[in-house]
Design a protein around this ligand. Sequence first.
Ligand code: SF4
Length: 287
Amino acid sequence: MRLEANALSHRRFHDTSLLLGQIGVERHACPASCKFCSFSEGVFHDSRINVDIPTIVEMAKAFCATGEIKALFLMSMHDFDAPILCKLVEKVRGVIPEKTEIVFNIGDCPDAWWKEFKAAGVSGAYHVCRLREGIDSQLAPEDRKATIRAIRGNGLKWYYCCEPIGPEHTNEELADAILLGNELGCFQHAAMARVNFPGSPLAKYGEISKRRLAQVVAAVTLASEDNPELGSIAVHEPDFPGLCSGANSVYAECGFNPRDLETHTENGRGNSVAKMVSMLTEAGWRP
Ligand code: SF4
């Protein structure tokens, strides 16, 4: 599966990759209470940090300085301040290369908001109906799908993922999640392993291996062959086996990250732009 998926993606994407970057812009106890997230209400006890526009603008400027990041993701929480994020987009737009797109990774919100985000300069959004949504989170699957339809309906690029995968998820659950992305027309498909944190209610299940993650990346790739919207396939967190099994996209990261105990993920799990360019190249992709 992995060999066939790798060959398919190299043909489909003409050996080219998509390097993306994400900045986590705020953190607080999140009412969505996802059991797989360290920012979840009930397990997050650190002090609240709101969006600090000058600091994030400086981070964005440094992060995108080489011009290698195709799209910069600004990641907030389930509940967020829309006017502040629009202001942030305006300021970030002024310091990053013109060709670098700005993408949101935020909570559910109505159609009208996406019109405003688009007008502010946002070109796409990462949004997912996660595995066991509504069981391992307090969010309704239909609300997640409604937001996805709003993103698509407003002509924004929709970034999706089969996530967060743990050993407890069955092949059938993964297949349903993978097919949903193609049915709704994702621009980016992906697979992501759950990263357990101390005190996580799901830690008892353990984590999947890199080999299993690569297998799911291959399943995503083969299942997405007929998706006409597809522009790339990602593996989260970035890893070499995934990039040799159909994925052609990875994310560099800085700022806040619920998968990381470090306050600033660039000092922890987050990968730098240079490291990601090197990983893509070693895996046989043209950055
Ligand atoms: S994954 Fe997102 S929505 Fe869920 S608790 Fe964490 S920040 Fe909130």
